[in-house]
Design a binder for this molecule. Structure first.
Ligand code: ADP
Ligand code: GLC
Length: 485
């Protein structure tokens, strides 16, 4: 039997364009699904970096005017990815961050930009490109959120739709006046449709109108049905609970592999964990940390935002230092948090090392050289850095929320007795709770045989895409069968 055909729609796809985990997932899931008999093509915007990476892309369709300018749909292949690229210079020919301008503010026309992406997804979904007839349109996050709406309100038969929430905090709300420019019918502007508190809600539309909703961990799928984590959408998500499920993310275990990672000073595997010492030395050198034998290094690889709890970490730096530990952090984000971190580094030279920026090599070195990885998120749909940490023998110390709670097994006494613990969890996300857990982590680190067991359990964990890809494949098959019935 022929497997389902899927059009995946995302605003960033690794390795072509990335600001966070969405890109990792959008880039790694399609090849994993191919192994399950699901054929995926991915639609993404033609930012300059994307077009530069695909010089031989072919035009398969042209629009004289799409949301204010001419546009073309390109087809290309990059590595294992089959791509459609929306080349619309008036919308996407802007360098830097995909969502914000040089002033750090959202582009004012983001509604039209990502509305165009979703609109084209729906057209492709309805057979715009001969020889590509998807059974399913899979929309990722608010940027693709209108795709289910365009398909719902459009004419005739349509493919099934799946809306995947990577982060409920970003919802894409735009003025009601955009309804006509976006080409949505007036009757779409209702509570059952795209209307959201008087605006057009892109994510809301996807959540209301997609055939199925998934998010990136089972626990987050529960959390978002509560007011505490629902970000105003918990009512809708409760109403749609029957269509909502959580599928844990994986990581690309070929790319994130300590045995072959070219960013490391020394490669290693579970049998040669002692070789990590060379990476710890390289990490210390890169982050300006002193070479103290009895000091564990806590690493952080993160966006520097409220979500990630980095402000709480800044408060807890004195507690971390009081334990004799060091901090190596690479990240970029909100100016006040960046400033707080820079100040801490200046106040504690040799003990706090901060690299402000997006630096792939530094991220790998932290994973390969730090003793533990700190992820103090207030909420975390899945989180990928703790999965990388497990694979690299870096013991994750995480907040007990979302995908962090679903992937890290706290090394409490019973978990240790059962040979299951692979990290540490804490709650709530406060300086006090974090400080206590840092104390517990350092005590465990000083107990070398126990720490080594935690590392082994982490490195043995199955963090790849095979298991989650099977779950997506089952969902897609079930949906395709419904469509055919
Ligand atoms: P989110 O998508 O919420 O930012 P995830 O943990 O899902 O969080 O994914 C973050 C991804 O971005 C990981 O691949 C991580 O290694 C990477 N990353 C985050 N910050 C940086 C940085 N400053 N430099 C390099 N990579 C980073
Ligand atoms: C989002 C979430 C993160 C998740 C990633 C990929 O950016 O913040 O938790 O891992 O998407 O799904």
């Amino acid at each position: 039997m022929k497997g389902p055909v899927v059009l995946s729609v995302a605003s960033e796809v690794f390795p072509l364009a990335k600001t966070g985990g969405l890109a990792d997932v959008a880039g790694a899931l399609p090849p994993a699904l191919a192994a399950e008999g699901v054929a995926v093509r991915t639609l993404l915007p033609g930012y300059p970096v994307v077009l530069a990476a695909l010089p031989t892309a072919d035009a398969v369709h042209a629009w004289p005017a799409l949301h204010g300018g001419p546009a073309r749909l390109l087809a290309a292949r990059a590595g294992e990815l089959d791509l459609f690229v929306l080349d619309a210079p008036h919308l996407f020919d802007r360098s830097g961050n995909p969502y914000t301008g040089p002033d750090g503010k959202e582009w004012p026309d983001n509604g039209l930009r990502f509305g165009a992406l979703a609109r084209v997804a729906a057209e492709v979904g309805r057979g715009l490109v001969p020889a590509f007839a998807p059974d399913i349109v899979h929309a990722h996050d608010w940027q693709a959120g209108l795709a289910p709406a365009y398909l719902h309100y459009g004419p005739g038969p349509r493919p099934r739709t799946v809306m995947t929430v990577h982060n409920l905090a970003f919802q894409g709300q735009f003025p009601a006046a955009l309804l006509a420019p976006l080409g949505l019918p007036a009757h779409a502007f209702t509570m059952e449709g795209v209307e959201y508190y008087g605006t057009i809600g892109f994510l809301k539309a996807g959540l209301a109108l997609a055939d199925r909703i998934t998010t990136v961990s089972p626990r987050y799928a529960m959390e978002i049905r509560t007011p505490d984590f629902g970000m105003g959408l918990d009512g809708l998500l409760r109403a749609r609970a029957g269509a909502l499920s959580g599928i844990l993310n994986g990581i690309d275990t070929a790319y994130w592999d300590p045995a072959t990672d070219r960013h490391l000073a020394a490669t290693y595997d579970a049998r040669s964990v002692d070789r990590r010492a060379a990476n710890k030395a390289a990490l210390r050198q890169r982050f300006g940390l002193d070479g103290k034998a009895d000091a564990p290094v806590f690493g952080v690889v993160s966006r520097l935002t409220w979500q990630k709890g980095i402000d709480v970490l800044v408060e807890a730096i004195p507690d971390l230092l009081a334990q004799g530990a060091q901090l190596a952090l690479v990240g970029t984000g909100e100016a006040p948090i960046e400033a707080g971190l820079r100040a801490a580094a200046a106040a504690h030279p040799g003990r706090v090392g901060v690299l402000v920026g997006f630096d792939e090599g530094a991220a790998h070195l932290v994973q390969g050289g730090a003793d533990a990885l700190l992820v103090p998120s207030r909420f975390e749909p899945c989180g990928l850095t703790q999965l990388c940490a497990l694979r690299y023998g870096t013991v994750p110390v995480v907040a007990r929320v979302g995908g962090l709670a679903d992937t890290v097994i706290d090394a409490n006494e019973m978990a240790l007795v059962a040979s299951a613990g692979n990290g540490l969890q804490f709650a709530p996300v406060t300086r006090e709770a974090l400080a206590l857990t840092l104390e517990r982590a350092v005590a465990l680190w000083r107990d070398r045989p126990t720490w080594a067991r935690l590392q082994q359990h982490g490195m043995a964990a199955d963090v790849g895409w095979r298991r989650p890809a099977r779950q997506y494949a089952a969902l897609f098959r079930a949906l395709a069968a419904e469509a055919g019935a």
